[in-house]
Ligand binder design. Structure first.
Ligand code: GLN
Length: 212
């Protein structure tokens, strides 16, 4: 890992600095959830804003637009390299599509860092948006709301990928080391447990490599 680390300590507590990719899509909801958990946040619009973060969320939106803007802004290559080096990332919905190794119904693939195959707009023709509840053992002790909006799901995972949640047999949440991906949108609910899980994940990854 060759990225620099700058963990801030305030009142004896570690202040996590988490970015949200802010080129398009549902940015502010993630920012508000992270702030509610006591994180500092950065809306990432330029490559240099990737420095000094302890993790980044790729939000929901339109993956084709975000993929194009990632390349136009020069963020694409730097972000892909950091993620490959172990930088913590969480992709929600369109963000998951950006991380996927393979998109089965799209001509273009994006960062291809996760060993997952996704189907875009997988629920599209039957039902565009829906809400369901699930207990996800890795994340929480009781059911939490899961909001799906023109969501993809995962049709295939590699052996390094942990499946965290399925809905009707379809895989909708996974983790592969420093990478987390969900088909649904915890930022659109008033539940904070998924964000807390991600912030803890960022902390643990950094804690392993930093002494202060
Ligand atoms: N359908 C969108 C796409 O393919 C994703 C929808 C979302 O992020 N809510 O990019």
């Amino acid at each position: 890992m060759n990225w620099t680390v700058n963990l801030k300590k305030e009142d004896g507590k570690i202040k996590m600095n988490i970015g949200v990719l802010a080129l398009q899509g549902g940015v502010i909801e993630h920012i508000n959830h992270l702030k509610a958990l006591g994180c500092e946040t950065v809306e990432v619009k330029k490559p240099e804003e990737l420095d000094n973060l302890q993790g980044i969320i790729l939000p929901g939106g339109e993956s084709t637009t975000m993929g194009r803007l990632l390349k136009q802004t020069g963020i694409f290559d730097k972000l892909k390299e950091k993620i490959t080096d172990g930088f913590p990332v969480w992709g929600t919905c369109a963000g998951m599509i950006l991380l996927a190794g393979n998109i089965e119904n799209n001509v273009e693939n994006y960062m291809q860092v996760m060993d997952i195959t996704v189907r875009r707009n997988a629920y599209g023709s039957q039902i565009d948006s829906f809400l369901t509840y699930k207990k996800i053992d890795e994340i929480c002790d009781e059911e939490i709301p899961l909001v799906f909006i023109r969501a993809p799901y995962i049709t295939k995972v590699g052996s390094d990928v942990d499946v965290l949640c399925r809905v009707d047999e379809n895989i909708v949440a996974v983790r592969q080391g420093n990478m987390l991906a969900t088909s649904f949108h915890p930022e659109l609910t008033d539940d904070f447990q998924f964000h807390k899980y991600f912030v803890d994940m960022c902390y643990n990854i950094f804690n392993e490599k930093v002494s202060w």
